[in-house]
Design a binder for this molecule. Structure first.
Ligand code: HEM
Length: 184
């Protein structure tokens, strides 16, 4: 698809992944942080995705995945297995990185929500959200994407990569949700 120079790569990504974002927002946003159970499901589902994506992560993302492992340990939760049958690319593209870095924006909202609804949990096990709310790496990526008015002309691969990561978080949610349902 060619959209000329009318919109930046950032806008293009945001527009073409809006529905995928709305889906993960609805799923992960359904966790009630006022209860340890709600926060637990959130962490386990996120961890399932991050553990799957580990081979692709740069240092900034790896810090988030490691912080998430620390929260699981603090809460005596098992580290989830990576999702099966996912074929990862050899390295992360701009599309993959857009989704991972962009998810920091939601984390700032969630960190505030956790502090307000469960101060004790927030003090004890918020390493992941705290690391994720560090938005400097997102700002750097986003500035580059905003300046890029040619990227959209390449091909749809960047969008496909972004949708792949969103889809993986959705799949991680469903895998966790059904595991919890069996226990509950
Ligand atoms: C409870 C779950 C979530 C909430 C409440 C949430 C909330 C938000 C908010 C408030 C923004 C900023 C929107 C703006 O400034 O226009 C945002 C952006 C974004 N989020 Fe989420 N989010 C959630 C989950 C996720 C997940 C799981 C991912 C991906 C793994 C994700 C990826 C993104 C991306 C890529 C952006 C940047 C969009 C842009 O280009 O501006 N979000 N989110």
């Amino acid at each position: 698809m060619s959209v000329g120079n009318s919109i930046s790569l950032r806008e293009w990504l945001r527009r073409d992944t809006a529905q995928a974002h709305a889906r993960v927002d609805a799923l992960f946003g359904s966790c009630d942080f006022a209860t340890e159970q709600g926060y637990t499901v959130f962490l386990l589902a996120q961890a399932r995705a991050w553990e799957t994506l580990r081979p692709l992560l740069d240092d900034d993302s790896m810090a988030r995945a490691d912080a998430l492992r620390r929260d699981l340990e603090t809460l005596d939760l098992p580290e989830p297995e990576p999702l099966r049958d996912v074929s990862l690319p050899a390295k992360a593209s701009l599309g993959h990185r857009y989704v991972l870095e962009g998810s920091r924006l939601g984390s700032t909202v969630l960190l505030r929500e956790l502090a307000a609804s469960s101060p004790e949990l927030s003090a004890r096990a918020s390493a992941y959200l705290t690391e994720s709310a560090r938005i400097e790496p997102w700002k750097q990526l986003s500035t580059g994407l905003q300046k890029d008015r040619d990227g959209c002309d390449n091909d749809g691969a960047i969008i496909d990569d972004a949708l792949f990561v969103f889809g993986l978080f959705e799949e991680a949610w469903r895998a966790t949700d059904s595991a919890q349902a069996k226990i509950g």
